[in-house]
Design a protein around this ligand. Structure first.
Ligand SMILES: [Fe+2]
Length: 335
């Protein structure tokens, strides 16, 4: 499907964003942003599962953010690469890493809501069957970790009148996460071709169903990115026409180890990349002219109001990096 033509308003916004990009990138962290107490709040982060100092630092910044402001987050969106590295004794639902790097890292007394999980490439590659372990952990009673399947949907907001439909997808298509490992030359684990087909049919059907006023799709790999991994052509080809047709307000992802906000000309969807959850950051390349990108550790706060979604990237130091507000008609406002 051809992209819808730019409205005058959106064209002006795109122009503004392009010209402001450099200034935004060099602006130092601002003071902490205020939050609306009556709003709903979701925090998200990607590429965090190292168990090392940087993950601890970002987790601490998330805790400080909610306690300082008296925010009660509805839940945490975990954007993949939830566990890095091979667990020597074998990765299972009883692995101590669940306690150390998930349950204690993001404590239930601060984040009592669900932790919606998305699978990253390291969740497939680093431990055999790691993706199945994460779904098995979620299947246990009374755990916050939510991963009912590799792709899943949940709605946030008042019962019977949700504000946001979240659609979580598995981006580990065979073309993206399969093939062979560059170092070991061994085949890499990924979704199967049948799963890719099944997920696409599910996504198509789900987007055709009644949804909340806002729709947000989340996956690990980006469609577009100025990070060192760059764009995912297979995802752009498959999903972007659906996002455009069904007016998906935002696509949330990680994979590149940085924080980005991308707007693609003529497209309805705002792209937010939050890959600063703990793994070592990597330099941005700047292929796309976009509102924001910075190779720092951090997390992203989503404030949900009936009339607007506001996404704010926060640094691990606690400062505000960048804010964008998305309106129901697809327009957006920086700051
Ligand atoms: Fe990744």
């Amino acid at each position: 499907m051809n992209p819808a033509p730019l409205s005058r308003r959106r064209a002006l916004q795109t122009l503004f964003c392009s010209s402001a990009a450099l200034a935004l990138n060099i602006r130092p962290d601002r003071a902490a942003a205020e939050v609306a107490k009556e709003a709903l709040h979701v925090l998200m982060l990607g590429d965090f599962g190292t168990g090392a100092a940087e993950q601890i630092k970002v987790a601490g910044a998330m805790q400080k953010f909610v306690t300082d402001r008296g925010v009660k987050p509805t839940g945490l969106l975990m954007l993949g690469d939830n566990f890095y590295g091979r667990v020597k004794e074998g990765f299972s639902v009883d692995s101590p890493r669940w306690h150390k790097d998930i349950e204690t890292m993001y404590p239930a007394n601060v984040f009592p809501g669900p932790m919606w999980g998305i699978l990253g490439n390291h969740d497939y590659h680093d431990n055999p069957g790691g993706e199945k372990v994460q779904m098995a952990y979620a299947a246990q009673p009374a755990v916050r970790w939510k991963m009912p399947s590799k792709w899943h949907r949940f709605d946030v907001g008042p019962a019977g009148k949700p504000l946001v439909t979240f659609i979580c997808l598995d981006t580990n298509l065979p073309a993206i996460s399969g093939g062979v490992d560059k170092k070991t030359k061994k085949p890499r684990n990924s979704m199967t071709a049948a799963e890719e087909k099944e997920q696409f049919a599910w996504l198509t059907a789900e987007l055709a169903k009644p949804r909340a006023p806002f729709t947000v799709v989340a996956g690990h790999h980006p469609l577009y990115s100025n990070g060192d991994h760059g764009d995912s052509k297979a995802l752009i080809a498959q999903w972007e026409p659906l996002f455009q047709k069904h007016q998906v307000h935002a696509y949330l992802c990680g994979h590149d180890h940085d924080m980005q906000h991308l707007e693609m000309k003529g497209r309805f969807t705002t792209h937010l990349l939050s890959g600063g959850g703990g793994a070592r950051t990597r330099k941005l390349e700047g292929k796309h002219k976009v509102p924001f990108g910075k190779d720092v550790h951090g997390f992203t706060h989503l404030q949900i109001m009936p009339e607007a979604l506001t996404f704010t990237h926060h640094s691990a130091e606690g400062g505000v990096l960048h804010t964008v507000t998305k309106l129901p008609d697809g327009s957006f406002k920086i700051g």
